[in-house]
Ligand binder design. Structure first.
Ligand SMILES: [Zn+2]
Length: 533
């Protein structure tokens, strides 16, 4: 699992000298959520959450107490704030291959929804708990744990289809509009806390008992990142989004139509839900979080089974990419790479030729992670020869050579890879990363600048900051660091970097205008978050 070089802004601000990228870290999970806002308000009887804000407070508000709707702009802002806030509470995967896969399958399904104008963004959360959730603004997250328990790509598609349906049928807003008024930023953070309720127990590997507000015996640890859901729990309330039975039935129904229109197997929906439900029957197995937010009943499964059988039966083979992504997530999810080596050795030479090749890929990644690069690279070389037009193999090969310090070899492989896959973002990103390591800041900057349009993960901003630092451009470097922290949910640190950028930008009129605009936006949001506005 790649963890980009992250760095402590504090050091940087103290010294105000060249950025020491390789030695310091961007601190994760230090989202300093101001819990006071939430704790002060009396709890609402609805859903047990305490979103009712005092009516007298003169704050800009979203949501209408009479239960009408958000404007499209508010919804977009809420979604973006939700996604940033989530970064402070969970590990959103920054693996470009994983991100590209979930986006591809998600967008394929979304294109077949009832509301093709709704924007969607799909992402993977690095968490072994079985969960998926639909936030505001079409932000749909899937835990790696869920992807790993699916046994067919259509099963994963059925969960995504179900979540897409919750979005298009506006179930989340139906629940929230009944809550009364709340500020956008607070609401976004609160939603993030609720939808990932898992963090309450401090367990992300599924080995500890699941703690929710329903389970008051569990003591959450005092990690600030556990945030708002915990605050609601402290107020003796239930920090969960519970969709109603009708919502669930509708999401199943609509989701199944999306599945079938997208060339996935509708029968996978009851199959997957059944498997999850059965998994809770064994002693010691905790209830998957997905079932807590989307309760599965026997009648719900049989309803969806009946509906699915109306579709003509046929085979729906999994894509190779689905299988490769699962193998990669398997390696990332096991704490000890030795375990991963053991896992893939255990299934070596089993299944079809394609499954065997997927196993070789997984084993190769596990070996490289286990400091057995030589053996891993050998397997990847074989796969690259057999599958010259499969980007995952050559990308892994180049990265493994780079990671073990064979820079010249890695660069040679990247050259071939870039020729074969000029549009592949994972290869471009890994190549840019390699260029930064060997201090080739300008070519790295050029690649990264092309990638900062549209949807950008914090690590891309961070790499750009590093490239600009290498070029001696402190203003741009701090500006992109500011963007990285902001995207990572740490607006307060983002503000500090924007201020530093402004200090270094001199008479650059264009850059000053850009920085001022961002600084204003960040500052306003931070004020709102702290309740100063
Ligand atoms: Zn649901």
């Amino acid at each position: 699992m790649f963890k980009p070089g992250k760095f402590l802004s504090v050091l940087l601000i103290a010294s105000q000298t060249t950025l020491a990228f390789s030695q310091t870290q961007r601190p994760h999970k230090q989202l300093d959520i101001d819990l006071k806002n939430v704790l002060e308000y009396p709890s609402s009887p609805y859903l047990g959450t305490n979103l009712d804000m005092p009516r007298s407070q003169e704050l800009p508000e979203i949501g209408d107490p009479s239960g009408t709707s958000f404007t499209p702009t508010q919804e977009k802002q809420l979604g973006e704030a939700f996604f940033r806030s989530l970064h402070g509470q969970v590990e959103v995967s920054e693996d470009a291959e994983v991100g590209e896969y979930i986006q591809t399958i998600g967008q394929k399904l979304a294109a077949n929804s009832d509301n093709p104008t709704q924007s969607f963004h799909f992402f993977v959360v690095e968490d072994n708990n079985i969960n998926a959730f639909a936030g505001p603004g079409g932000y749909i997250g899937v835990n790696s744990g869920l992807i790993l328990v699916t046994e067919a790509e259509s099963e994963l598609a059925s969960v995504l289809g179900h979540e897409i349906a919750h979005v298009t049928q506006r179930h989340l807003y139906q629940a929230f509009q009944a809550q009364g008024r709340i500020q956008l930023i607070s609401m976004a953070a609160m939603l993030a806390g609720m939808l990932i309720g898992s963090k309450l127990g401090g367990s992300s590997n599924g080995s500890q008992p699941y703690c929710t507000a329903r389970n008051q015996g569990c003591q959450p640890s005092a990690n600030a990142g556990q945030g708002l859901a915990m605050a609601a729990m402290g107020a003796g309330t239930q920090a969960m989004i519970n969709f109603t039975r009708d919502n669930e039935a509708e999401a199943d129904n609509v989701g199944m139509q999306i599945l079938s229109r997208s060339e996935f197997d509708p029968r996978s929906m009851p199959t997957f839900f059944e498997r999850m439900q059965q998994s809770t029957r064994f002693a010691g197995h905790q209830t998957p979080e997905f079932l807590l937010t989307h309760p599965v009943t026997v009648s719900r499964i049989s309803d969806s089974r009946d509906r699915s059988e109306k579709f003509p039966y046929r085979q729906f083979p999994d894509s190779l990419t689905y299988q490769l992504i699962r193998a990669k997530l398997r390696v990332q999810s096991l704490r000890n790479p030795k375990e991963a080596v053991g896992y893939f050795h255990g299934i070596y030479n089993q299944g079809t030729k394609q499954q065997q090749d997927v196993t070789r890929y997984g084993l190769a990644l596990a070996l490289v992670a286990n400091n057995r690069a030589e053996e891993g690279i050998k397997l990847l070389q074989e796969l690259t020869v057999e599958y010259p037009y499969q980007s995952h193999f050559i990308n892994a090969l180049a990265k493994s050579e780079m990671d073990r310090g064979s820079v010249a070899k890695a660069m040679e492989i990247y050259a071939t890879a870039r020729e074969r896959f000029p549009e592949n973002s994972a290869i471009r990103l890994n190549y840019a990363r390699a260029l930064l390591v060997v201090k080739k800041s300008e070519p790295a900057r050029r690649i990264l600048e092309e990638m900062v349009h549209g949807f950008v993960t914090p690590d891309i901003y961070e790499m750009l900051a590093q490239a600009y630092s290498g070029l001696g451009n402190e203003a741009e470097s701090h500006r992109y660091l500011g963007e990285a922290y902001y995207a990572d949910g740490q607006t307060n640190v983002g503000i500090l970097h924007m201020k530093l950028a402004r200090k270094y930008s001199g008479n650059n009129f264009y850059l000053n205008a850009v920085i001022d605009e961002r600084l204003h936006k960040f500052t306003e949001e931070e004020k709102e978050r702290k309740g100063e506005k």
